[in-house]
Design a protein around this ligand. Structure first.
Ligand code: SAM
Length: 338
């Protein structure tokens, strides 16, 4: 197919290609061609005089026409399957979220995801929801490499995690930034349920806190937390393997911020959270609540815990983080403990 193009001596080809990309003038549907001396760069439109002037061309360059071969277009996932499957990407692993698919359908979807997403190395299906004290899931590997460990990038940090051994979800990445914005330079932060460290490491890296205490009861999660502290070269953070209730006794009255990211049972740890919080410090409380009582009952539980300790509360912010199930929401409440 004949197409307008820029013919350029080979040694200038790459720099001209980059400028064309910047101007969005390169036709990506055609294969760039060459002969012994020249590169032929197909154009998606006619360059303006100012754009031509910006091209680093030299003697022998010209605007001309050339017979290009079309680039083969790979079919999209939807074209391969006839529908767009729901999935979540963690590092180079895809979690296929189509539980209702028959085994053969799930295999086909997994193979199609691998074919259309070159960076994905493993596709697996969660066999259970997030369960148990350590909030982990079982998986069936459907296609690709037989592993459940990966490295996920978020906000400039890397998190290594074995998804079958420790909790991690990228779905809280915006929420983590919201919490980060509360923390001031010199603050002490206690992350009672730190997992592999996505809140603690982000805060330690970006908020210039005095100290971050990252606690988790799951030994596997704490191993990855330690690994991730090293991977991201973070200094002012301590990984603590232990029960948040017991650890709270050791750090009473120390925290400017207490993070309670254990939404199904955070209310059971409120006495410990209040104990940790210094006067004027803030608890970031997560819960799972019904749509007709998003915040009130949780606020009353927090108030009751404060009163038990002879303290008062000031509610600073309430928000829904995400929808969790029909009529159920993951919520967060920021409360100052006076
Ligand atoms: N904050 C992390 C994140 O965003 O990825 C992890 C959150 S995950 C929902 C809750 C974590 O709490 C799990 O890693 C689990 O092992 C930990 N956990 C559960 N009970 C605990 C306890 N009593 N003390 C300390 N950690 C606990």
């Amino acid at each position: 197919m004949k197409q307008r193009c820029i013919k350029v001596p080979k040694k200038k080809g790459e720099s001209v290609r980059r400028v064309l990309l910047e101007f969005e003038l390169l036709d990506h549907s055609l294969r760039i061609a060459s002969d012994a001396s020249y590169l032929y760069l197909p154009l998606s439109g006619e360059p303006e005089a100012s754009e031509l002037a910006a091209l680093p061309v030299e003697a022998g360059s010209e605007l001309t026409e050339f017979e290009f071969e079309p680039l083969e277009r790979k079919p999209t996932l939807e074209e391969l399957l006839g529908f767009s499957p729901r999935f979540e990407v963690i590092g180079d692993i895809v979690l296929l979220e189509e539980e209702e698919l028959e085994p053969a359908g799930a295999q086909k979807a997994a193979a199609a995801i691998l074919e259309t997403h070159p960076r994905v190395k493993t596709v697996m299906m969660p066999l259970t929801p997030v369960i148990g004290e350590f909030r982990v899931r079982d998986f069936e590997i459907l296609a690709g490499e037989r592993r459940t460990e990966t490295v996920h990038r978020e906000h400039g940090s890397r998190y290594m995690v074995d998804l079958a051994k420790a909790y991690f979800t990228p779905r809280l990445s915006t929420e983590r930034i919201r919490v980060l914005e509360w923390v001031r330079e010199g603050d002490t932060v206690v992350d009672m349920f730190a997992g592999v460290g996505p809140y603690s490491i982000l805060i330690a890296k970006k908020a210039r806190p005095k100290r971050v205490l990252a606690i988790d009861k799951n030994p596997e999660a704490v191993n990855y937390l330690r690994e991730n502290i090293a991977l991201n070269s973070v200094q002012n953070i301590e990984a603590i393997e232990g029960d948040a209730r017991e650890e709270a006794e050791k750090f009473a009255g120390l925290a400017d911020h207490v993070l309670m990211n254990l939404p199904h049972s955070a209310h059971e740890f409120l006495d410990s959270a209040v104990l940790l919080t210094k006067p004027g410090g803030i608890i970031h409380y997560y819960g799972m609540t019904p749509e007709d009582d998003l915040f009130e009952s949780s606020i009353e539980l927090i108030r009751a815990a404060a009163v038990r300790a002879g303290r008062k509360i000031e509610v600073l912010e309430t928000r829904t983080v995400r929808s969790y199930a029909p009529h159920q929401y993951n919520i967060c409440i920021e409360v100052r403990i006076l």
